[in-house]
Design a protein around this ligand. Structure first.
Ligand SMILES: [Mg+2]
Length: 278
């Protein structure tokens, strides 16, 4: 997609600035129970060449701690990362953690549980295919998670990478045709995982246990679109970056996301209207 086409596509989502941000703030203040669903990479932090370097900085941890410590809030980190990363970084926070694009869920102060019985027999066949493409593209790397395998190409030469990515997609399409697995195109990553598991299904499972009157969901890539589509139309869904999206709003980058979250964390709830005496 060209840059002009991207701008065109993003036009159906409004920028979450100015008037739109004021409306968001009003709804947030008026809400009695709020859900915040936040993707991590590309949403709360910028991308790093190596996914292992993207640890949360102290400023982000303070922000999340403030938001999740608000008794009116239920916060969830909804990420494609393996659960050990989320546990290590956000384990002590009073937040829900959703890992591997919805395969795992840890409600606050509970144990991790898998959301679907999943077989990973397909890994033995997919691993050599991905390994071949790691060998064929300098800078590419293979990441193995419990329920998925990812081929990252952020550090590779962009032109060569897009050729190899297309070839890999074709090879994987042959393999996955009659199997219970799918290929996801993320931001500089192709990921193979079981079907029927996504950020949308996991988020709805979590939301079913909380009665909320405000939902904010923020994410930056195709895997977040499953979440945006699953949410009720009243939710404030936000896509980071310029792209075709099912979200209602967009924001430019992680810095803009943090500014909005910071404003929310400072917002004072609207006082409950006093009932008039008889
Ligand atoms: Mg992301």
């Amino acid at each position: 997609m060209s840059f002009t086409q991207s701008i065109e596509a993003a036009r159906n989502a409004r920028s979450l600035t100015g008037k739109a941000q004021t409306v968001l703030l009003q709804h947030y203040r008026a809400a009695r129970r709020r859900a915040l669903l936040l993707d991590y990479d590309g949403t709360l932090v910028p991308f790093y060449d190596n996914p292992k370097s993207a640890k949360p900085d102290p400023g982000l941890l303070r922000l999340l701690s403030g938001l999740s410590g608000d008794p009116l809030n239920e916060a969830a980190i909804v990420s494609g990362r393996p659960r050990r990363d989320l546990q290590e970084w956000f384990g002590p926070l009073p937040v829900c953690l959703i890992a591997e694009h919805g395969a795992w869920l840890r409600s606050r102060a509970e144990e991790w549980r898998a959301l679907k019985t999943i077989t990973t027999d397909w890994k033995t066949q997919v691993r050599p295919i991905l390994q071949l493409y790691v060998d064929r593209l300098p800078g590419a790397l293979l990441e193995e998670k419990e329920f998925s395998m990812a081929w990252h190409y952020r550090r590779a030469d962009p032109e060569q990478a897009s050729l190899r990515a297309q070839e890999l997609l074709d090879d994987l399409a042959d393999y996955t045709r009659n199997k219970d697995v799918q290929v996801l195109e993320g931001n500089k990553v192709l990921e193979v995982r079981n079907t029927g598991v996504n950020k949308g299904t996991a988020a709805m499972e979590w939301l079913a246990h909380h009665s909320v009157d405000f939902i904010l969901a923020v994410g930056d890539d195709l895997t977040d679109e499953d979440l945006f589509r699953a949410l009720p139309p009243t939710a404030f869904s936000v896509r980071v970056g310029l792209a075709q999206t099912a979200a209602r709003y967009h924001l430019a980058n992680p810095a803009a996301v943090r500014r909005v979250l910071h404003d929310l964390s400072k917002a004072v709830p609207e006082p409950v209207a006093l009932t008039t005496p008889p």
